[in-house]
Design a protein around this ligand. Sequence first.
Ligand SMILES: [Zn+2]
Length: 101
Amino acid sequence: MAKSSDTLTWLYLLAAQSAFIFVLQAIIGFATNSLELKSDLVHSGIDLLTYGFNALVEWMKLYAFATGLRFLQPHVIDEVGSVISVGVLITMMFFCDQFRS
Ligand SMILES: [Zn+2]
């Protein structure tokens, strides 16, 4: 269990740093009207959403363990979360491939 909450702390830190980068990039990007910074906001935003999502899945797993939820077992949360994460990754790979020259 200690290992799992270490993972959660790590995911919270990742989500927090990507939120920080997103906000900083937005402020500097719009202040300087930099197209590079503004267009990379999509990338930072997706990083923020996916790290946040993984933190949520990890938190839900620990919550399910702690409360002994029967209808949503930790391994089901883990599996659904993993499938969604891989789905997002594959979608992004296809999306990026469209813009390759
Ligand atoms: Zn990234």
